[in-house]
Structure formats: C-alpha cells, structure tokens
Write a protein that binds this ligand. Structure first.
Ligand code: MLC
Ligand code: AMP
Length: 490
C-alpha cells in the first residue's frame, strides 16, 4: 500500500493544486492517475518496477503521471525539462527506461538520436477512458530514481522505495506541523528532492493546497502572494537573496505584509548566510527556519518549528532520524565543537545507487549512510562546515560535478588543460570558474566556452568566469591543487 495515495483519496473534493487559476481536486488527481496507470499497464497486471521517466511541466500533469506510474507498480524517474542531450542519454541508458511520459510542449525538444527505441507518451494525445484493476504495491518496492551529482563525472541515480518516501514525508509533516489548511507556492524544480518532497508531496499528504508556479520568477510570485494567503514557504538561499534584492529596490508594503503573515518560511539545499537570515528578519519579521537534507536521505536536521532558530546552524535531528558525527578513523565524536562527518540512519535513507553496488557499499558503514558533509555541534545545534570534496560545486541550490564540466571542456580542440572550481558568490553560493590552458594560444572567451558547454550541459552548469593560463609551463595544471588555482581568480 502506498500511504500517500491511500490518504489523499480521503480528501476528495478538496483543492489539491492550483495551476493558472484552475483548481484541481484530490479526486481529479486520483481519477487521472488511475487512468494513466491503466494505460501504462495495458495487458499487464503489474509493471513490477518498470522504470518510466517523466519530462513534464510542473503542473497537475506531473502528479497525474507520477501517481499513475506508482499505481501501476513502476519506478518514476523525474527528469529536468532543461536536461541536454548528453545528460538525457546518461539518464536513459543508466535507468534502461523504455518509456517516457512527456507533455506536449516537450515535442519540439525531441531529438531523434536520444529517443531512439524509446516510447514517448505524450499525455495530451492519450484518450484515457478505461479503468483497470490496479495492483497492490508493497512499501518495500522501489518508487523513484533521482539524479544527483557525485564526485565522479556522471550524476548518480539515487533509488528510493515507497517506504523511504513515506518516512521522509511523515518526518516533515510532524516536525513542521503540515496541516490541511496550509497553502504553499511551488516554484522549485520537480526533479530534486526539495521540490518533490518538501514543496509538493508533504502538503498533499495532509490535504493542503499547492499553487504551482513554474520556475522561480519574482513578479509571478509577487502577484500570487498578493492574491493568496500562503502559509508556508520553502526555498533555496538564492531565492531569498533575489527576494531581498527586489524588495529593497522598491518597498512593496503589501507583499512584505504577506510574507509577515506566513506561519513558516524555510531555507535549505545550501547554506543560508546569517546575513541573509538577518536581512529577511528585518524586512519581514520572519525568522527563516534552516534545515539540512540530501537526495539520499530526505531531510535530516532542522531548526525547531517551536523554539530557537539559530542563524548559521541547521538545528537538531528530525523525528525518527538518527544522526552522528564521526572522525576520520570512524570513531563517534561526542564532544561539542569537534568537526566530523555527518552519518545518518533511519527508514528514510535510500536503498541504493543505481547500477553502482560498490559505490553503495562504500557509502555505508554499519547501516549508517556517510553523507560526506562535515559538521560540528554547538549548544546541541549542528553547524555545516562544508563538503569534503572540492569537486562538488554548490550553485543556486544545485550540486554540480566539476569533473562533468571538465569532461565537456576537454572535448573542445582549443582546450589543452582545464580545472573547474567553485568561486564564492553572495547570491549563488558559488559560481562556476574555469581555469584553462589553450592549445597553441588559441583565442577563447567566456561566451564561446558557454556556448560549447550548453550543447551538453544544463544552463545552471555553465561556467560564469574564465581564466586563461597560457603562460603556465606544459602539463603543470594537473600538478597544482585546485585550492591554488582558485586563488589565481582573486
Ligand atoms: C543562472 N544564472 C547563474 C546561475 N544560474 N549565474 C551564476 N550561477 C548560476 N548557477 C544566471 C543566468 O544566466 C541569468 O543571467 C540569471 O542568472 C537568471 O537565471 P535564471 O535561470 O532565470 O535564474 P532564476 O530563475 O533566478 O533561478 C534561480 C533559482 C534556480 C535559484 C531559483 O536556480 C532554482 O530553482 N534552484 C533550485 C535548485 C534546487 O531545487 N535544488 C535542490 C536540490 S535537492 P542573465 O544574464 O541571463 O540574467 C537538495 C537537497 C536538499 O539540495 O537539502 O534540499
Ligand atoms: P543533493 O546532493 O542535491 O541532494 O544536495 C545535498 C547537499 O546539499 C548536502 O550534502 C549538503 O552539502 C547540501 N545542503 C543541504 N542543505 C544544506 C544547508 N542547510 N546548509 C548547507 N548545505 C546544505
């Protein structure tokens, strides 16, 4: 039994989603997803974990398709609509998905070589009439694969079960007191856990209302804020930076009042600078609740809903999440102020990395998942100090593999050597910097490099600063640490 599906049936005629003024009820979502499940099953009684990808705009069709796949017994793979050819090829070959549910707007992007031998199911083309018997799904079955950047060049598929997802949601419902009366604006991408679990599935689990706004856009969000009384808000730090920039430019009293009246505003996916926390409090009176999570584990640490929220800290373990810090020798750290790696245990921790049994094995020690994030505890509150890899760049709430970009750059004949690094930035957290040596002093500028990368990589992975180091002796870049290379930019 998939708990979120069973529960939400009870909410019947209540509004679940609002999309462009249109209200979609829980019954609508269930009927449409039953029909999609019936279509996907065709003559089968169960899809038995068939992987099915989603390339769908963030509107009601996304939930219809996601729930449809789950109801038929498949595994859902939500993909980014802006994923480029190379990325899609990797996702499709890694998951071996043979069917993709798409929305019509995606038709123009369909590139024949990537989608060879793939059945593209355009939702709007389907005449969905027939309802079939749907299988009963055990909670231990695989439910979803999300891609996340690791220290190897290709993103890893994180496989979660229905029980993992249920636990991730239940934890948040309890800690943040989600209720039926809540209303949240959704503007985060729906191929990452922040958007899927925190912004969308947690409110639906409680019968609350989600207004789906597409990707973040200040003027669209402002209009909706004025029209509605949203009660909960969750975003990445870059969004708060953007809101402050806009609100400071012109003093939008009505909008500020709306923010003031919310019951809970949260931030996560990247470190929220205490300065932003302070500015937001001065502007709106809201103390942002910062929390810490990861695709593999859902949310693990959170400042309290009721109680002291400490800027620069991510709080304490969420209900039913076990958290510990370990030193390099694997010994638990029990002294405050001593830094160590965060380890997590609990029912919300993912099942495995797709097709990477060795990587999965190495990521656990005695059933504890090793996050790779370093933290310390002060007065009982965790403080994230950073990730132990310089090759994971955090920009705008996204995690980006430096190696993936280096891979793309080195395919360019004009580039002989390169190093990709994250450069500190107030708004984005980090921006992507590239230091490179050209082949035979070839002319290269940022524009050309961005164009080159944009063939293979999503926009958020594009280099934003380039430093040409043609005066370096041959083959010397590999010998210099990335830390040193970073210092060349200043
Ligand atoms: C875009 N731009 C960037 C950039 N991305 N500049 C530097 N670095 C980047 N990374 C530039 C564009 O080129 C453009 O420039 C301008 O900024 C606006 O771009 P945009 O794409 O329109 O940005 P915007 O719509 O403002 O989007 C920013 C954002 C978005 C922060 C809302 O990136 C976003 O939704 N991020 C969330 C990602 C997320 O959900 N992460 C969660 C992962 S799960 P110009 O010159 O054209 O104006 C996870 C676990 C957990 O982490 O704990 O949650
Ligand atoms: P992802 O790999 O996309 O799932 O992102 C997970 C990573 O985001 C974590 O391993 C952390 O490095 C980072 N992260 C999430 N929340 C926070 C936070 N509040 N502060 C600092 N880093 C965070």
């Amino acid at each position: 039994m998939i708990e979120i599906l069973e529960r939400t049936k009870e909410f019947k005629a209540e509004t679940a989603l609002v999309v462009e003024e249109k209200e979609i009820t829980y019954s609508d979502l269930h009927l449409q997803s039953d029909l999609i499940a019936s279509y996907l099953l065709n003559n089968k009684e169960d899809l038995y974990e068939e992987p099915i990808a989603l390339l769908i705009e963030p509107d009601e069709r996304y939930i219809n398709a996601l729930w449809g796949i789950w109801k038929a017994g498949g595994i859902a793979i939500p993909l980014s609509l802006s994923a480029k050819q190379d990325e899609l090829e990797h996702f499709l070959s890694d998951t071996r998905a043979k069917r993709i549910i798409c929305s019509k707007t995606y038709r123009n992007n369909v590139n024949s070589s990537v989608f060879k031998n793939i059945d593209l199911i355009f939702l709007e083309d389907l005449e969905l009439k027939e309802l079939k018997n749907l299988p009963s799904i055990e909670t231990e079955r695989k439910a979803m694969i999300l891609y996340t950047s690791g220290t190897t060049s290709k993103p890893k598929g994180v496989v979660s079960t229905h029980e993992n997802i249920r636990s991730q949601i239940a934890t948040l419902v309890e800690a943040w007191q989600w209720k039926k009366e809540d209303h949240i604006p959704l503007f985060l991408p729906l191929h990452h856990i922040h958007g899927i679990i925190n912004s969308l599935l947690s409110p639906l689990y409680q019968g609350a209302k989600v207004t789906m706004l597409g990707s973040f856009n200040f003027s669209r969000l402002s209009k909706e804020m004025i029209k509605n009384d949203f009660s909960v808000f969750t975003a990445v730090p870059t969004v708060y930076f953007s809101l402050i920039e806009n609100l400071e430019k012109n003093n939008h009293r009505e909008l500020i009042e709306k923010f003031k009246n919310m019951r809970l505003m949260m931030s996560g996916s990247a470190a929220l600078a205490p300065e932003i926390h302070k500015k937001w409090k001065n502007l709106t009176g809201q103390e942002i609740l910062e929390r810490y999570g990861m695709t593999e584990i859902g949310m693990a640490l959170s400042n309290p809903y009721i109680g002291k929220r400490k800027p620069g800290f991510v709080g304490v373990p969420l209900p039913k999440v076990e958290v510990r810090l370990e030193d390099e020798t694997g010994k638990e750290i029990s002294t405050e102020g001593v830094a160590g790696e965060i380890l997590i245990k609990g029912p919300q921790v993912f099942k495995e990395y797709l097709n990477q049994p060795q990587k999965t094995l190495e990521s656990f020690t005695n059933s504890w998942f090793k996050t790779g994030d370093i933290a310390l505890i002060e007065d009982g509150y965790y403080k994230i100090l950073g990730r132990d890899s310089i090759d994971i760049i955090k920009s705008g709430g996204y995690k980006i593999s430096a190696l993936e970009i280096e891979d793309t750059l080195l395919k360019n004949q004009k580039i002989r050597e390169c190093a990709v690094i994250g450069l500190d930035d107030d708004k984005w957290g980090e921006i992507i910097g590239v230091a490179l040596v050209t082949t035979d002093n070839k002319d290269l500028d940022l524009d050309e490099i961005q164009k080159w990368c944009s063939k293979d990589l999503s926009d958020y992975k594009l280099p934003r600063r380039v430093l040409i180091l043609d005066n370096l002796p041959k083959n010397s870049m590999g010998k210099i640490t990335k830390k040193k290379i970073k210092s060349f930019f200043n």
